[in-house]
Structures are given as structure tokens and as C-alpha cells.
Design a protein around this ligand. Structure first.
Ligand code: ATP
Length: 297
């Protein structure tokens, strides 16, 4: 197996905070892997360790069998950091061209601008862009060297619906050429649609590593949704079977390990307006997994 990423028992603490506490990860070349986890779970720290931007306190990190530094120096890695600043005063085209020329076999400039939807913004100054436009420039910079592995930390934050769709269309074609994609995200729909595999990190540890379908299946259970009619999440959370509660679009979604018991209790409360029971989605699976983990800690 040609292994793109290998992390073995990696730990990293910031003073008393154990940000990464024994992460294992092996990504074969050609896979698209999503890193999921609640805020502060350790995803960005894991990514920074993987890229050699941070040194681990213990454990091993390698990219394509060598050090992260060697892989980056050889132009094999593209990176979209979580909060990257663009150099001011230069144009988008100048910036992209400058970065692409630092790689041994970059894509043509027009192609890089096109893949991130920047053709019409080529002459715009890099510090005169909207948040979403700046994010697209950062994506262009990540892809400019035609990398073998691209590491993207919350790449679609700030992108509108159309550019998010174009972004994934491009990345799927990139992955189809045998390239490796590792990304973190809080958008579970895009994870379910685009990742071959999901690695869930919580409290600095890997708590699940499976395909989106396996994760949904492993959690089992069902989702009971209803119009909460003024009822608070903590009230719903205490009902039998309920693992987690989230409110979206005016509805309450109850992830339940025993939907019959949950529905009966809701009926006793008279809380059955617009009630629906469905199989668990990835979001429910994620909530249940991280809730179990919080209970276990
Ligand atoms: N430079 C730092 N100094 C001290 N603590 C830090 C530092 N960077 C991160 N942390 C802490 O380490 C933990 C992991 O942070 P990290 O940024 O890796 O999480 P994350 O999963 O990427 O979160 P998010 O989804 O919010 O981006 C958090 O508790 C965070 O507060």
C-alpha cells in the first residue's frame, strides 16, 4: 500500500491542554478522508502536526513514508490552512503565479485560476476580496502545485452554495486521478457526500474511523423530529432513549436509541406536533458518538 499519511500515537499538549492525545491515522494514497469533531477536538492541531508545522510531544508522523518537511519540499503537498492571510497589494493572478512557480511541476496559471472560479478576479488586489473570494484564492494556492496530497482545514467555510458545489466537483475529479484528500469540516452533508472515510476526533483522540454508511449503521437508533412548540432542548434531552437534541430550522431533532420509548414519552407530554421518525443520519451518528465519548470521559 502506498501510504500518504501515517500518524502513530501522536500527542501534543499546549501547557495543561492535551490538544492531541494519541491519534492514529493511516491514509492510503487515493482516499478522501474527512476529519470530524466538535470545536476544540484537536483537528487543526492534528493537521498542523501532520504538516510538520508543530512537533509532536510523542508519536510518529510521516507523509509518503518520509518526514512532512521532505514531502512539502518535494512539492507533493498542497495546504489550505484554517485561517490564512493573503499578501496585500499584489493581484490575485500575481499571487497565484508566484506560489505556483515555487512548485516543481505546477498547473498552468489559467487552469489554477479557473479551478477556483477566479478568472474574472485575476486582476483584483488580494486585499480587496470578500471572505469567500479570499477562501477561493487560498484553495487555488493549495492546488497550484498539482499536489499528490491536499490537506484542507475547513475549506468550504465562507463559500456560497454555487462555489461549494464547484469546489467539490473539482476535488472529486482530483481524487479520481488517484490523489489523496484530507479535509476537516463541520458540514456533515458534504462529509457524507464526498468522503470515502470519516475519522472522528474528540478530546484529542480518534473515537471512530469508518465510512459514512458504517458510522450511520453503527450508531443505529433513529431520529425523532417534531415542532418543539416552545419546549426547551434540555427538557427533550431528559426523555427516555434520547442521546442528543439539536434544533434546526424550527424543528427539534432527537437522536434516540429507543424511538418507541421516546415517542411514548412525547405523547404523554402532548408534544407530538408534526412528529416524524426516520433512520439516523450522519449528523445524528456524530452527535451520538461524541455524546457517548463525553459521558465516557
Ligand atoms: N496555540 C494554542 N495554545 C494553547 N491551546 C491551544 C492552542 N491551539 C489550540 N489549543 C487548544 O487545543 C485544543 C484543540 O484545538 P484545535 O484548534 O486543534 O481544535 P479543532 O478541533 O481544530 O477545533 P475547531 O473545530 O474549533 O477549529 C483546544 O482545547 C484549544 O483550545
Amino acid at each position: 500500500m502506498n501510504e500518504a499519511v501515517h500518524l502513530h500515537a501522536v500527542t501534543k499538549a499546549y501547557g495543561p491542554v492535551r490538544a492531541v492525545n494519541g491519534v492514529h491515522l493511516s491514509v492510503p494514497a487515493g482516499q478522501t478522508v474527512a476529519l470530524l469533531g466538535p470545536n476544540g477536538a484537536g483537528k487543526s492541531t492534528t493537521i498542523n502536526l501532520m504538516l510538520g508545522l508543530l512537533a509532536p510531544d510523542s508519536g510518529q508522523v510521516s507523509l509518503f513514508g518520509g518526514t512532512p518537511e521532505a514531502a512539502i519540499r518535494a512539492g507533493r503537498i498542497g495546504v489550505l490552512p484554517q485561517d490564512a492571510k493573503l499578501i496585500p497589494r499584489v493581484t490575485v493572478a500575481e499571487l497565484v503565479d508566484f506560489v505556483r512557480r515555487s512548485y516543481p511541476s505546477p498547473l498552468p496559471l489559467a487552469e489554477v485560476l479557473g479551478l477556483a472560479g477566479l478568472t474574472d478576479l485575476a486582476k483584483r488586489k488580494a486585499d480587496a476580496l470578500s471572505g469567500g473570494q479570499a477562501r477561493r484564492v487560498q484553495f487555488a494556492l493549495a492546488m497550484a502545485g498539482d499536489p499528490e496530497l491536499v490537506v484542507l482545514d475547513e475549506p468550504t467555510t465562507a463559500l456560497d452554495v454555487e462555489h461549494r458545489r464547484e469546489f467539490w466537483t473539482y476535488l472529486r475529479a482530483f481524487a479520481a486521478r488517484g490523489r489523496t484528500v484530507l479535509f476537516s469540516s463541520h458540514y456533515l452533508e458534504e462529509v457524507a457526500e464526498n468522503a470515502d472515510r470519516v475519522v472522528v476526533i474528540s478530546g484529542g483522540r480518534t473515537i471512530a474511523d469508518a465510512t459514512p454508511d458504517e458510522l450511520r449503521g453503527r450508531v443505529g437508533g433513529r431520529t425523532v423530529s417534531l415542532d418543539p412548540d416552545g419546549r426547551r432542548p434540555d427538557e427533550l434531552q431528559r426523555l427516555p432513549g434520547v442521546l442528543s437534541v439539536s434544533l434546526r430550522g424550527g424543528r427539534a431533532y432527537l437522536s434516540s436509541a429507543d424511538s418507541d420509548a421516546t415517542v411514548q414519552a412525547l405523547a404523554q407530554l402532548g408534544a407530538i406536533r408534526d412528529l416524524e421518525v426516520a433512520g439516523a443520519g450522519l449528523e445524528e451518528a456524530f452527535m451520538a458518538l461524541t455524546a457517548q465519548d463525553r459521558t465516557a470521559v
